[in-house]
Structures are given as C-alpha cells and as structure tokens.
Design a protein around this ligand. Structure first.
Ligand code: CA
Length: 236
C-alpha cells in the first residue's frame, strides 16, 4: 500500500521541493495551499500523514490542526518557522504529533515522516489485533476509570472523556506496563516513535493533561505517579 502524504504549505517552491522528495521516496503526495482546502483534501482523499505549515494565509496552521482533530486522528507534523517554545507548546495543545523547525534538511524530514508512519502502522496493527478478538484484554478497568480499546473510549465515573490521540496512546502504554517505572525516553520512543531522543517535556505535558482527565486530584495523583528522576508509573 502506497502511503499518502498531504502537504499544507502556501510557498510554491517549498511545496514543490517537499513533493519532489517525498515522491522520490515512493509516497503519494497531495497538496493544499491553505487551511480550507486542506480540510477538504483530508475529507476526500484520507491521507496517512499531514505536513502542516503554521504560517498560512487566512486560517493559520494551529487553527487548521484544531479543526482536523475534531474530525480525524491522522498524524500531523507541524512545520514551524521559528524555534519558538510557544509554537511548540501550542502545536502540541492543538493536537500536532511532532514538529520540525524551518529550515530543515530533506533528510531530517524524511526520517521524521518514516518514523511517524511506522508508529501509525504499529498502532493500526494493534487495533486490528484487538478488533479481531485475538487480544482478550481489550477492556481495562481501574475503579472509576474504564477503557474500551476497540472503541478507543475512556470513561471516568461513567462519563465519556475526550482524549487526544496521543493522550490515549500514552494512557494505554502506561497501563500495558502498569506498576513499572517507565523513563521519559522510553515513553517518547514507544508512544511517539521518534528515532532520536526528543524533547522529554512532551511527555510531561501529556502526563499533565491525562492527570487532569483521570485523577480526582490532579495535583496529588493516585494513578499516574511520578518516579522522581526516573519517569512515570501507572498504579494499577
Ligand atoms: Ca507558509
């Protein structure tokens, strides 16, 4: 199966360079020059990965990402012009999976794209396995926390809690390795699939969000425990 990548970028020269290099790697490429057409392409041609520039005319990349996330869980690699901490944090908050700061090398971009697609495939295989019934553990329950893996659904106190795709994957990863201390790098590699050691604060930010959703008192967590200097542990 040829994987399809959507490039959302208004600069024609960068559009062309990206498309050329991705096609050379054997990917199918679709292009959108602004937010509204990007949303339309996503609905119609269902890409496997989205490269999303932040600086777009009209609707910026953050807004596009927010809108995308309300419809699909396709991985998003954000292209930021500045190495700006705020851009990175906002990018993660609106649901981007990774970001790359301009200027970047094509080698760097291709490596990141491959890592993200590989991660998607692992998750897809895992979900297929669950759906086929081969994995008996498709439900998890810890007191008020109930998870239905097949439906990718979390309930706390019987109420459905909305999780971003990465929050869900992180939660499942922690639960699958419950009562074990997992280092931030281990979590980054397994949940984000980054080949290099990324920014471990990404993990901290997502843990904070998860605690706000599943812990009775997020400042005094009983489920996702910080192992000082070592990482995190799910108490189960
Ligand atoms: Ca641009």
């Amino acid at each position: 199966m040829v994987e399809k990548i959507l490039i959302v970028e208004d600069e024609i020269s960068l559009q062309e360079t990206l498309a050329y290099n991705l096609k050379k790697q054997g990917y199918e490429v679709v292009i959108a020059g602004d937010g509204p057409s990007a949303l339309e392409v996503v609905r119609n041609s269902k890409p496997d990965l989205i490269l999303l520039d932040i600086m777009l005319p009209g609707m910026d990349g953050f807004e596009v990402c927010r809108k995308l996330r309300s419809e699909v869980s396709t991985p998003v690699l954000m292209l930021t012009a500045r190495d700006d901490e705020i851009d990175r944090v906002v990018g993660l908050e609106v649901g981007a999976d990774d970001y790359l700061t301009k200027p970047f090398s094509m080698r760097e971009l291709i490596a990141r794209v491959k890592a993200m697609l590989r991660r998607v495939k692992i998750i897809r295989d895992e979900i297929n396995l669950i759906n086929s019934g081969a994995d008996q553990r498709s439900f998890f329950e810890f007191d008020k926390i109930k998870i239905d893996l097949g439906r990718r659904e979390l309930r706390v106190d019987n109420k459905i809690v909305n999780l971003k795709p990465k929050e869900f994957e992180l939660l499942i990863y922690l639960i699958r390795h419950k009562n074990q201390v997992l280092s931030r790098d281990q979590i980054l590699e397994s949940v984000w699939g980054w080949e290099y050691i990324g920014d471990s604060r990404t993990v901290d930010v997502h843990v904070r969000w998860l605690r706000e959703k599943i812990e009775e008192d997020p400042s005094n967590p009983k489920r996702i425990i910080t192992a000082r200097g070592a990482g995190y542990r799910f108490e189960g």
